[in-house]
Write a protein that binds this ligand. Structure first.
Ligand code: 7PJ
Length: 282
């Protein structure tokens, strides 16, 4: 298993901070409108301990207005360029090959695609030619309809097998294994029960041989399992799910609440290190 991804060490779990450059992002409520605000927010997340900043310009919330790739580029590329120039490891969250190309040219080190490079026929080739690292995420259906009635025989098994096939496609296209990472896609075409099953079985993804990234931050399954809290009041559940992920070998956490998550990771990691040093004698 590689001990780094896109130049970021994975000797301990790392936090990827979410920066949405969209007017309708469900969690940020449009607070970080505009390029300057997004850059300022990203700098803040880095100061809080984020190792990677994930920049997105398209909301994938069901019912969100469609954004053209041109609009996505106009929103994200200035943010990517400014952050990359400051030496920040930047990820571009997109399903569009044109956006991937423009973002990597502007300095993005990682392509984070919720469609695992299947959403656009040019994505696999652009990603391979770009030299960037890639996050392959599992999604069942498309954002507009994915929550209709998702069905699985065995969700963890099917997600594993899909990601294995996408890894094969990437390797065949010439992307080196050390540039690949997988993500079960919590909330993307899954019921609450499927999400919980996937979280419980995250360790099964390690046989794929690449780092696992997990995105649970403020997602709706948390409210569904608890008291229907709105997104900005789901930090407790987000941390609980993140820590369950760390216990199952997750290496990167994609989150909104960076300071809280960095603190949780530090405490979890200290316990883990102590455990590895201890030998119990009776
Ligand atoms: C994810 C993502 C995720 C990866 C979004 C949200 C919805 N990329 N992009 N994994 N989620 N890799 O943040 O709630 O879970 S957008």
């Amino acid at each position: 298993m590689p001990s780094s991804f896109a130049g970021v060490t994975l000797d301990l779990p790392q936090v990827m901070g979410i920066v949405n450059v969209t007017p309708d992002s469900f969690s940020d409520g449009g607070r970080y409108l505009g390029v300057e605000a997004a850059i300022a927010h990203a700098r803040d997340l880095v100061a809080q301990g984020a190792a990677i900043i994930d920049v997105g310009g398209e909301s994938t919330r069901p019912g969100a207005a469609a954004v053209s790739p041109e609009e996505e580029i106009a929103r994200t590329v200035p943010v990517v360029r400014a952050l990359a120039e400051e030496g920040i490891c930047v990820s571009i969250d997109t399903r569009h090959a044109a956006v991937m190309r423009a973002a990597v040219e502007a300095g993005a080190a990682i392509i984070n695609d919720i469609s695992a490079l299947e959403g656009d026929p040019d994505s696999l080739g652009v990603a391979a030619g770009s030299g960037a690292s890639v996050v392959l995420m599992h999604m069942r259906g498309q954002p507009a309809d994915m929550q209709a009635a998702p069905q699985y025989r065995d969700a963890p098994r099917e997600v594993h097998d899909y990601l294995a096939a996408r890894l094969e496609a990437c390797l065949a296209a010439g992307i080196p294994e050390e540039k690949l990472c997988v993500d079960p896609g919590i909330g993307f075409g899954k019921t609450v029960e499927h999400n919980v099953q996937l979280l419980a079985a995250l360790d099964e993804l390690h046989s794929l041989g690449v780092p696992v990234l997990l995105g649970v931050s403020r997602k709706s399954f948390i409210g569904a399992l608890s008291r229907q809290e709105p997104p900005d009041r789901r930090v407790g559940g987000s941390l609980a799910a993140a820590l369950a992920g760390l216990d199952r070998g997750v290496k990167i956490l994609r989150v909104h609440d960076v300071a809280e998550t960095v603190q949780a990771v530090a405490v979890w990691h200290a316990i883990k290190i102590s455990q590895s040093k201890r030998t119990f004698t009776s």
